[in-house]
Structures are given as structure tokens and as C-alpha cells.
Ligand binder design. Structure first.
Ligand SMILES: [Fe+2]
Ligand SMILES: [Fe+2]
Length: 366
């Protein structure tokens, strides 16, 4: 794809939503869309399900992929979880964002150390949703880093339900996903913002806001449940979505992930980089929401867990068809995406597929 085509596809339209928290400097760089633009984004896959020491790196057409081989600083740890470090540059301005916090403190802190990620340099934190494999190490991180983080450091969550008790039902019983303690995080000095609408984080990144369910094939996982809280509390089942459900406190209700949100960047001359994290709201819904929120059509990359591992072939096929319509330059499938979807993407768009691994860095932009 030549530069002229990138520019044509990246034509900026009018954003649908006003971005909350858009600082003046970012506003100047935001063109007409309301979304900030960065020159470069370095996405580091701090923790993921797989650590492949033999994965190849190198320069592709428009991105550079760097790997983390075994080295003197110790081995990276993989686990069922996800954590990112996102470093962006605009001119002389540099920002760092920590997105999601894996399952265990052991993996997250080990990998931060090996990858030389210093949480005290973070300009913002973002949590995608309230599953333990994304927030698990956050309470320990907040405790250990208390007093060392930047003053007033904001944690962006997508809604009240991020802090509700969740479980997953299986034929052999329920798996407790736990409940993240918002007040506990605030007591450690984090400022928790519920970004139900698109919001700028750190002046460079932005969140999608809550994600409308536009496709007819992307459904929340059938096994996901919320534990109903007291009536009229933040975790009351009547609090979420348009469907009112009668349930007593403590009963399990279907989880629609009302407060899940995606993270995105607009990379100059490239387009949007959309990071879904776990993608319960649907990877296609997430991309469409970011496009709508920014008024920017061109998608440079779709990154993250797409939660299609348990999906039937029909859903995978529809997702791949939608990817073809969106036509991103790169797809970086992580965590819960599933080999079924990775193989389907590879079959029809092999040059777009970039396989990540714990410790992988992808450099977008100049
Ligand atoms: Fe999840
Ligand atoms: Fe997950």
C-alpha cells in the first residue's frame, strides 16, 4: 500500500462523540476527529498466554516486530492473562500507558522487570473489563507501587460492572473470576474514572467507551455470569443494559459486559490501532465503535484477544468476512483469540497476520 493510498483511506471525518479529557495540546493534534494523533506507538505484549522464544522478528511493510529471546535478565513468564505496555510519541512528547494487568503478580512484576517497564513512569492505566485474567495483579501492583506512581494517576475503567463479582459456569462447576475492589485501588492513590463514553487517556491514547452491539453474530460468552448485587446498587442486575432482569442478590445472571471497552490510538499516516483486550463485546463491534467515535475509517491494526476460541466455525467465518471488509493492514491475535480464528485469518490474509508472544514489541508509525 503506498502512502497516497494510506492517506486516502485514512481521511478524517467528523467524530461522532466529543472526547472527554482532551487536553489542549492533544486537541491541536487531533485534526477534525476529536481523537489525538501520535507519530509512533510501541505496543509491548507484557504478558500473554504463550511465550515463544523462537518467534521471528523483523521489519514488515509498515511495522517492526521485535521479540524477547531468553537473556541474562531472566525468562519471561506466560500465563492465561493479558497485560500491555503502550508507549507513544508525538513530536518531543512521550507517554506511557499500562493496559490490563494479567492474572498473577508473579508474572506481571517479573515481566515488567525483564522488559524494563517501570510503572512509576505510567501516565495512565486502563482496565478493559472485570475478569481476573486482566485485573488479577492490579491490587498488588497498586499496593507495591503506592507512593511511587505519578500523583493522581488515573485508571480508566469502562463502567460500574468492571467492579462487580463475576463467575464462569462450567459443567463441573463455577470458576470464580473474583471482584476487583474499586475503593481499595482508590485508597492506594489511583483515581478511578468510569469512561462510559470515549475518553482520551494520557493525551495520546483513547478508550472506545461502551460498545454498541451492532453485529448479529457476536454474542457474549454463554458461560459468563455476573453475581447480582443488592437492588439499586452498582452491581444490581437492573443497572445494566436495556433488559431488566429479576434476580435476587447473590443470584447469577447472564453477563453482557456492559462496561467493557477497547483502547485505541490514531497513528499518523497509518490509521487506527484498536486493542480489544478480551473482546467479549465482539472484535468487530469494538472496531466499529472506535471508527464511529473518531470518524476515522482507516484501521491500521486490530490487536488483542478476540475471544473466538470457543466459537463455532460459522462465527469465525463471519468475523473473518468482517475483517476483510474493514481491511486492516495487520491483525495481531492474542490471548483468547483461538487457533481456529488464527488459521482462518491466515488462510485468507496471511500477510496481515502477525503472531505475538509474551515480550513481543510491535512498532507502529514512523
Ligand atoms: Fe474476559
Ligand atoms: Fe481474557
Amino acid at each position: 500500500m503506498d502512502r497516497r493510498e494510506v492517506l486516502r483511506l485514512g481521511a478524517v471525518g467528523a467524530g461522532i462523540f466529543a472526547f472527554a479529557g482532551l487536553p489542549r495540546a492533544a486537541g491541536r493534534a487531533a485534526a477534525q476527529s476529536g481523537a489525538p494523533t501520535v507519530d509512533r506507538l510501541v505496543m509491548t505484549n507484557v504478558v500473554d498466554n504463550v511465550y515463544d522464544v523462537f518467534a521471528k522478528g523483523g521489519k514488515l511493510d509498515a511495522i517492526t516486530v521485535q521479540r524477547s529471546p531468553l537473556g541474562p535478565d531472566g525468562a519471561l513468564l506466560a500465563e492465561h492473562g493479558l497485560a500491555y505496555h503502550l508507549e507513544s510519541v508525538r513530536g518531543a512528547e512521550r507517554r506511557e500507558v499500562l493496559l490490563d494487568f494479567s492474572l498473577t503478580e508473579r508474572s506481571l512484576l517479573n515481566n515488567y522487570a525483564v522488559l524494563k517497564v517501570d510503572p512509576s513512569k505510567a501516565d495512565a492505566m486502563i482496565l478493559s473489563h472485570g475478569h481476573r485474567d486482566h485485573y488479577g495483579a492490579l491490587p498488588d501492583l497498586a499496593r507495591l507501587a503506592q507512593g511511587k506512581l505519578k500523583p493522581g494517576l488515573t485508571l480508566y475503567a469502562g463502567g460500574e460492572d468492571t467492579f462487580c463479582h463475576r463467575v464462569v459456569t462450567t459443567p463441573s462447576g463455577t470458576i470464580d473470576q473474583g471482584q476487583l475492589d474499586q475503593a481499595g485501588l482508590e485508597a492506594r492513590g489511583l483515581k478511578v474514572v468510569l469512561a462510559r463514553q470515549p475518553a482520551v487517556a494520557s493525551g495520546h491514547a483513547f478508550t472506545s467507551g461502551q460498545i454498541p452491539r451492532l453485529t448479529d453474530f457476536e454474542k457474549p460468552p454463554a458461560a459468563a455470569r455476573l453475581v447480582a448485587g443488592p437492588m439499586d446498587s452498582a452491581c444490581s442486575v437492573t443497572h445494566f443494559g436495556a433488559t431488566r432482569v429479576e434476580a435476587k442478590p447473590g443470584e447469577l445472571v447472564a453477563d453482557n459486559f456492559q462496561g467493557e471497552h477497547a483502547t485505541a490510538y490514531h497513528v499518523k499516516d497509518r490509521g487506527l490501532v484498536v486493542i480489544t483486550s478480551c473482546g467479549h463485546a465482539g472484535v468487530i463491534n469494538s472496531v466499529r465503535q472506535v471508527q464511529k467515535a473518531t470518524g476515522i475509517e482507516k484501521v491500521h491494526a486490530v490487536v488483542g484477544g478476540f475471544h473466538l476460541a470457543p466459537a463455532p466455525d460459522e462465527i469465525v467465518a463471519k468475523t473473518v468476512e468482517a475483517f476483510k471488509a474493514i481491511d486492516p493492514d495487520y491483525i495481531v491475535p492474542m490471548h483468547c483469540t483461538g487457533l481456529n480464528t488464527i488459521m482462518a485469518v491466515h488462510a485468507v490474509m496471511p500477510r496481515k497476520l502477525v503472531m505475538p508472544s509474551t515480550g513481543t514489541r510491535v512498532i507502529f508509525g514512523a
